[in-house]
Design a protein around this ligand. Structure first.
Ligand code: CAA
Length: 260
């Protein structure tokens, strides 16, 4: 377990899974600048680690993250916000090549929900509270709430969430398409880690290519997306894992993917 100022903890396991944990419980994991910097440092070191094949991002039982730090923001002017350039920290998280699973328990509000939406899979607890409450404090979402949220749940649900600021439960989030799986709250971390172990056993070039094709394709035309997918498929034929996967199938044995 290594710490980034202890605000963000990283646990790299032998099975290719890394757990990134937000650790600011006294403020419900509010995303202060040091927390964002810690997240960016953690993710950037995981980007470069070939042994890491899947990442779980989590908070604690009470909160995934309750959003940007309102006590910091209360003092800030427009020029401070521009100068802070938070997008560089978020971009580091969102551009992680390996699959990232958000394990969402408790509050995922504002920047907290936006952080979850930067991930590829969301496992949510039934009673979790997910919302974009920024309007209640005179601002608007600023890390994807007006962009990733409608792409996930459609215009009308996104408008309702952003304009009323009212959170929805994990159950409602799952029904709306904002989560991949919804489980009882005390099973969220276990479920996310189990899923991460499954993904970590998969051939990593396939996992990264799938992530890239789905994410890039989401903002491309269907033709461009299909071309991107086709090219990505062709490149898999240059990997040893493709050979291993197909031979293992024919030989009726379990494949052993080496990431080559
Ligand atoms: N920023 C800073 N501190 C926060 C925080 C936040 N976003 N959310 C919670 N905290 C702190 C509280 O101030 C409190 O600290 P103190 O004991 O020192 O006062 C501690 O965490 C515990 O919080 P509460 O006592 O409020 O806990 P609760 O269970 O009664 O309520 C809550 C929980 C409903 C989540 C409530 O804390 C809340 O509404 N938080 C703010 C949520 C919010 O508005 N988030 C969006 C922020 S804006 C944003 O994210 C901008 C963006 O994308 C650009």
């Amino acid at each position: 377990m290594s710490g980034h100022g202890d605000l963000v903890l990283v646990d790299k396991r032998d099975d290719g899974v890394a757990i990134v944990r937000l650790n600011r419980p006294e403020a419900l994991n509010a995303l202060s600048l040091p927390v964002r910097q810690g997240l960016a440092t953690a993710f950037s070191s995981l980007h470069d680690d070939e042994t890491v094949r899947c990442i779980v991002l989590r908070g604690d039982e009470k909160a995934f993250a309750a959003g940007a730090d309102l006590k910091d923001m209360a003092q800030m002017k427009m020029t401070d916000m521009i100068r802070r350039r938070s997008e560089r920290y978020w971009n580091t998280v969102a551009s992680t090549p390996q699959p990232v699973i958000a394990a969402v328990t408790g509050f995922a509000l504002g920047g907290g929900l936006e952080l979850a939406m930067m991930c590829d899979i969301i496992v949510v607890g039934e009673e979790a509270q997910l919302g974009q409450p920024e309007i209640r404090v005179g601002i608007i979402p600023g890390a994807g709430g007006t962009q990733r949220l409608p792409r996930a749940v459609g215009k009308y649900m996104a408008m309702k969430m952003c304009l009323t600021g009212k959170p929805i439960t994990g159950r409602e989030a799952f029904a709306a398409g904002l989560a991949s799986e919804c489980v009882p709250d005390d099973q969220v971390f276990e479920t996310a880690e189990k899923m991460a172990t499954t993904i970590a056993r998969m051939p990593p070039f396939s996992a990264m290519a799938i992530k890239e094709a789905i994410n890039q394709g989401a903002s491309a035309s269907l033709e461009a997306g299909l071309a991107l997918e086709r090219k990505a498929l062709h490149t898999m034929f240059a990997t040893e894992d493709k050979q291993e996967g197909m031979e293992a199938f024919i030989e009726k044995r379990r494949p052993d993917f080496q990431g080559k």
